[in-house]
Design a protein around this ligand. Structure first.
Ligand code: FE2
Length: 250
């Protein structure tokens, strides 16, 4: 069920609280924290993952990205996990709101995949663990894709943990960082010649839509989630002053 999260419910600030919340719910919101306190707090939680732009990635509108479903545009970005083309994608994703959008849009959506996976049949689990998807990302958004590697959607380990990789952009626009005018819309998904996989993608998108949590991260708010188990997305917006800082932790 889609619902607005009660942002008034503040949590205690601290590593243990965050880890408990992440284990129980997959996400955690810390309100009203100064940026100077964010970096030391994150260091307690894990190693900073080096993103394309370095340890911190500014999520804000930049001219030149209007055509892309990408963090530096104002376009919608469909459900996805971060860095799916890495052997081990960053485990925790973090967004800090320096300046939330003043318009209606720009919400972050998150959806835990655990219940979805639990309800899959053995056949579906085997399919998701075996079909290799070439997760490719055009990271400079102008030239040919420069990052790609094949993984199944679901990688399970013997201790019960798992990594769920997903990219609406890839399946429908042919690239993790997709061009909105991609003439090959849907071709990538069709190229995976397995009808059950195509049904799975539609089934998961439907699940995401019905179960997503909607976050309007307040100014100085810090939203964290488990990037191995929680899929996220972003609503479009039109306030070019919106500014978030993204950190990723291994
Ligand atoms: Fe993202």
């Amino acid at each position: 069920m889609k619902h607005e999260v009660d942002l008034k419910k503040n949590g205690k600030l601290g590593k243990d609280f965050i880890l408990r919340e992440l284990a129980a719910k997959g996400h955690c919101l810390i309100e009203n924290i100064d940026l100077e306190k964010v970096r030391p707090l994150l260091k307690e939680l894990g190693e900073l993952f080096i993103q394309e732009a370095g340890q911190e990635h500014l999520v804000e509108y930049n001219a030149g990205y209007e055509e892309f479903r990408y963090s530096k545009s104002m376009n919608e970005i469909g459900p996805h996990s971060e860095y799916p083309y890495y052997d081990i994608p960053p485990k925790i994703q973090v967004l800090y709101a320096i300046k939330p959008s003043d318009c209606e849009g720009g919400q972050t959506y998150t959806c835990h995949t655990e219940r979805f996976i639990k309800n899959l049949s053995q056949g579906e689990l085997e399919m998701l663990s075996s079909i290799q998807i070439d997760f490719k990302a055009n990271t400079d958004l102008q030239n040919a894709p420069i990052r790609h590697k094949a993984f199944p959607v679901l990688t399970q380990s013997t201790n019960g943990s798992y990594i769920f990789r997903f990219s609406h952009n890839l399946f429908y626009y042919g690239d993790v960082n997709a061009n909105i005018h991609s003439e090959k819309k849907g071709d990538f998904l069709k190229s995976i010649k397995n009808q059950d996989f195509q049904l799975f993608v539609k089934k998961f998108l439907d699940y995401f839509e019905k179960n997503k949590q909607v976050w309007s991260i307040p100014k100085k708010g810090l939203l964290l989630w488990n990037n191995h188990k929680v899929v996220h997305a972003r609503a479009s917006y039109n306030d070019s002053t919106r500014k978030l800082l993204r950190f990723l932790l291994t």
